[in-house]
Design a protein around this ligand. Structure first.
Ligand SMILES: *[C@@H]1O[C@H](CO)[C@@H](O)[C@H](O)[C@H]1NC(C)=O
Ligand SMILES: *[C@@H]1O[C@H](CO)[C@@H](O)[C@H](O)[C@H]1NC(C)=O
Ligand SMILES: *[C@@H]1O[C@H](CO)[C@@H](O)[C@H](O)[C@H]1NC(C)=O
Ligand SMILES: *[C@@H]1O[C@H](CO)[C@@H](O)[C@H](O)[C@H]1NC(C)=O
Length: 352
C-alpha cells in the first residue's frame, strides 16, 4: 500500500459504551472519510452562545438563519464509528504543544471550530486569544497548549516588487513560521481562482519565467510542489505531524448537485443523501492527492472534500458577514461542518 493509502485509512476505532479511551478498540481498517450524514438529535457539539469569541461571519444562528436542521447532522463512516470528540483528552495530549492551521479563511473556519470545541469542553479553563499580523494564537495557559491560525492563502510567497505584486511559485519564505510546531494542518485552494479585482497578484513567477497569468490548476500544482519540497526537507516526523486539510468545496453552482433551479446554496436545508456527489471529484483534490503521493515525508490527508460536497446546506449563504447581502457558499456555519473535520482530525491524532 502506498503512503497515501496508508495515510487515508486508519484503524477503525470502535467505541464501546461510553467511549473512554481504554474502551476504544482497534478493529479492521476503515476509511473514515467514506460514509454519509445522519440526523442526530444530540448535535451540534456546542452551542455558539457558549463560544463567546466566535467570529460573527460564521455564527449563522445569530445572523438570523431560520432553519436549524443543518446543525443536527453527524458524519457516519460506512464501516466503523468515529471516536466521540473529547476536548479534555485532546488538551491533555497537547500539553506543552502547539497545533497550527496554515491557510486561507477555510483554515480560519476550522481553527475557530476547534477553539470552540475545546473551550466548550473546559469552560472553566482560562484562555487567551490574540491576533498579530495574520497570526492568531489561542492559548490554554493551564495546559500550556496553543492552537494557532496563520493566514497564508497560497503557502508560497506573494511579494511587492517594482513591477507589481508577484506570486513566486518556487519561493516559500513564509515557512519559517512552521518550524518547531508539533501539529501542522495546511490548506490552500480558493485564492488560486480569483480573477479581476480579487486577484491579488499582477504576475506569476515560475522559475525564471514571469508572466501575468497561467492555468490556475497548473500554478496550484507548482505551488504545492514547492510546499511539498519544503516539508520533505525540513520536517522531522518524530517531532511534527503534518496534515493537509483537503479541498473545501463551495456550492455556488447548483447544477453540480443536479438541482439547476436552485442557483446556489441559498435556502438549502438538507445534505445530500448517501455518500457520492453528482458533481464528481473536485479537480483540486486530485492535484493535492498527486502531490502528497510524491512526497517522502508522511502527510495525512484529511480527505474532507466529498463529505463536505454533500453539505450544500452547511454554508452561511446570506447569514454570514453580519447578515448583509453577500452570498457566502464557500465558508461554513459554526456550529457545523468544520466540527466534523475536527472530529476526523481528532480520530487521526489519537490513533498513534
Ligand atoms: C478521498 O475520498 C474520495 C471519495 O471518497 C476517494 O475517491 C479518494 O480515493 C480518497 N482519497 C484518498 C487519498 O484516499
Ligand atoms: C465506500 O465504501 C463502500 C462500502 O465499503 C464501497 O462500496 C465504496 O466503493 C466506497 N467508496 C469510495 C469512494 O471509496
Ligand atoms: C534561471 O536562470 C539562472 C541564471 O541565468 C540559471 O542558472 C538557472 O538554471 C535558471 N533556472 C531555470 C529553472 O531555468
Ligand atoms: C454551472 O454548471 C453548469 C454545469 O456544469 C454549467 O453549464 C454552468 O455554466 C454553470 N453556471 C455558472 C453560473 O457557472
Amino acid at each position: 500500500m502506498d503512503r497515501l493509502a496508508i495515510a487515508a485509512t486508519i484503524l477503525a476505532l470502535l467505541s464501546l459504551s461510553h467511549g473512554d479511551e481504554e474502551r476504544v478498540r482497534r478493529s479492521e481498517e476503515c476509511d473514515i472519510f467514506n460514509g454519509s450524514w445522519v440526523y442526530d438529535e444530540s448535535y451540534p457539539l456546542y452551542q455558539t452562545p457558549n463560544c463567546p469569541f466566535i467570529e460573527k461571519q460564521f455564527d449563522c444562528l445569530r445572523n438570523g438563519r431560520p432553519d436549524h436542521h443543518y446543525l443536527k447532522y453527524r458524519w457516519q463512516p460506512t464501516s466503523c464509528n468515529l471516536p466521540p470528540f473529547d476536548g479534555e483528552d485532546l488538551l491533555r495530549r497537547i500539553v506543552g504543544k502547539s497545533i497550527m492551521f496554515v491557510g486561507d479563511s477555510l483554515s480560519l473556519n476550522q481553527w475557530q471550530s476547534l477553539t470552540c470545541m475545546l473551550h466548550t469542553a473546559v469552560p472553566q479553563a482560562q484562555y487567551k486569544s490574540m491576533t498579530v499580523q495574520g497570526l492568531s494564537t489561542f492559548t490554554f495557559p493551564e495546559y500550556d497548549a496553543k492552537v494557532i491560525f496563520s493566514r497564508n492563502a497560497f503557502l508560497v510567497d506573494l511579494v511587492s516588487t517594482p513591477i507589481g505584486r508577484v506570486m513566486k511559485l518556487d519561493s516559500i519564505e513564509g515557512a519559517k513560521l512552521w518550524k518547531g510546531i508539533d501539529y501542522l494542518i495546511f490548506n490552500t485552494w480558493h485564492w488560486w481562482l480569483h480573477t479581476g479585482r480579487k486577484q491579488p497578484w499582477d504576475f506569476i513567477q515560475d522559475g525564471n519565467h514571469t508572466q501575468p497569468d497561467m492555468d490556475r490548476l497548473v500554478a496550484y500544482e507548482k505551488g504545492l510542489k514547492t510546499w511539498a519540497k519544503w516539508i520533505d526537507a525540513n520536517v522531522d516526523p518524530s517531532k511534527s505531524r503534518v496534515f493537509f486539510q483537503g479541498v473545501s468545496p463551495d456550492h455556488m453552482n447548483s447544477s453540480d448537485w443536479g438541482e439547476p433551479s436552485a442557483k446556489n446554496c441559498e435556502g438549502q436545508e438538507k445534505p445530500m443523501h448517501g455518500g457520492s456527489y453528482p458533481g464528481g471529484r473536485h479537480p483540486a483534490e486530485q492535484v493535492v492527492e498527486k502531490v502528497i503521493r510524491s512526497m517522502s515525508k508522511p502527510v495525512y490527508l484529511l480527505n474532507i472534500t466529498t463529505l463536505s460536497q454533500l453539505r450544500k446546506d452547511g454554508h452561511p449563504s446570506v447569514f454570514g458577514h453580519g447578515g448583509h447581502r453577500d452570498m457566502d457558499c464557500s465558508h461554513w456555519c459554526l456550529a457545523g461542518v468544520p466540527d466534523t473535520w475536527n472530529q476526523l482530525l481528532y480520530a487521526a491524532l489519537i490513533h498513534n
